[in-house]
Design a protein around this ligand. Structure first.
Ligand SMILES: [Zn+2]
Length: 64
């Protein structure tokens, strides 16, 4: 009866992904989901960029 599909957003490419089958990564105590290993790798290499959604904006890196 409860076939609600839980979807999460892949911050790297913007796709909706199924949280049951998606790849995931943790950053600052939150879990993020990805459609593919390539997206996960991109996130892992620079999580800050995706979490704060501020590409092109660089601050001193003092916040986390
Ligand atoms: Zn993706």
């Amino acid at each position: 009866m409860f076939e609600k599909k839980q979807t999460e957003k892949d911050l790297v490419c913007g796709m909706s992904v199924d949280s049951g089958s998606a790849l995931k990564s943790e950053h600052m105590g939150k879990t993020y989901y990805f459609c593919s290993d390539a997206c996960k790798k991109q996130f892992d290499s620079d999580p800050h960029k995706f979490v704060h959604g501020s590409m092109g904006h660089s601050h001193g890196g003092g916040c986390c």
